[in-house]
Design a protein around this ligand. Sequence first.
Ligand SMILES: Nc1nc2c(ncn2[C@@H]2O[C@H](COP(=O)(O)OP(=O)(O)OP(=O)(O)O)[C@@H](O)[C@H]2O)c(=O)[nH]1
Ligand SMILES: [Mg+2]
Length: 390
Amino acid sequence: MTRILMANRTRSFRLTRVEAPTMQEALQKVRAQLGSEAMIVSSRSFRRGGVLGVGAQEVVEVYAADTRSRIENIRRENSSRAKPMDLSSTVAPDSSVQRPPLSEAVLVEQSPPGSQGRHGTTPRFTNAFLRECHDLLISREIDPRVADLVVEEVSHLRLPAGYPDPSRVRAVLRSQLTKLFLSSPPLDDQKRPRVIILVGPTGVGKTTTIAKLAARAKIHERQRVGLITLDTFRIAAVDQLEKYAEIIGLPLVIATSPQELRMAVEDFRAKAVDVVFVDTAGRSHRDELKMAEIREFLAVLPDAEVHLVLSTTTHGKTILSVANRFSGMGFHRVILTKVDETISFGSLVSALISIGRPVSFVTDGQNVPDDIVASDPERLADLVLKVNAL
Ligand SMILES: Nc1nc2c(ncn2[C@@H]2O[C@H](COP(=O)(O)OP(=O)(O)OP(=O)(O)O)[C@@H](O)[C@H]2O)c(=O)[nH]1
Ligand SMILES: [Mg+2]
């Protein structure tokens, strides 16, 4: 099933040539020599020997490049220092999304000078219930400006007298936090096929999430599902999705150019496929060239739903800078992964507000297809407070 993938940037790599009777054996040789992240640069098959074509043997020749140091660089880049958070820098607004009034205020509001005391406690909140609310939010690593605004909202409610009941504090905060997040109404699901593309930095869980979504669409919703991968940079990446495709029983097409992508979708349309999931290679948000490549692919599918996948193990400051760099792709939704590995979801709240796109799904583990749920503001509030989370 593996098709041979042509890569176009080869200058910086030393090429290794292998020969074998079949493509499968040639790829095995490449793997053995260069590891599973080798990049196939070119391949051809020809016949050798024999007389007048009789007795000639099929030979497959593959040139591959060793990308191990490059992959390491990409990984290092992604885990490098975060930029300072800039709450005023937002991605382009999505007119289909109704932003709650409080979140607009968050983007412009500044904390009054000296507003943070112990654990960020605001002295102007003299009421014990409000102080308890504020302390809880700060302990969840929520930006103090956001915490101030949420507590300000709580202060307009009729507050219980006496020592604050912790469960009451959480209930009130849950309902206020819910207002910070956008709901995620379904995108146009009348189109056939719906095309759902996942983009995002390396290693955040794009391929695993596609496998989860695709399996659920097929098994639970009984939809006809197709898979396309644009991640032709590494053999291992294609193998990964190919395995899922085989297990789930789904057709997978490898598209190496925007034209192939368009043709693949047309082909699925002709076969009455309901939904097509498109996997992309992880891109460092700092690599403009590769970001431009993805944009070229996206340009041929203007109706596609683009979901930006972000790992919640990334700190809020980094998340915002990643989202800003991916904003050129015009993503419609955010998918948050790895909440099972997240210590504090609170630091992401201001980033999510600034991003201004609803969260469509949240994933909480490596199990396909179980560890994923559709997201809504209540669920995100629960994640902040870690109450009944997932
Ligand atoms: N704990 C946890 N691990 C996850 C989750 N989602 C994905 N992973 C793991 O994260 C790792 C990377 O997942 P991939 O799906 O390969 O990530 P990717 O974004 O496709 O990576 P690239 O294609 O290399 O950019 C794998 O080990 C996954 O099992 C999650 O929700 N929780
Ligand atoms: Mg992947």
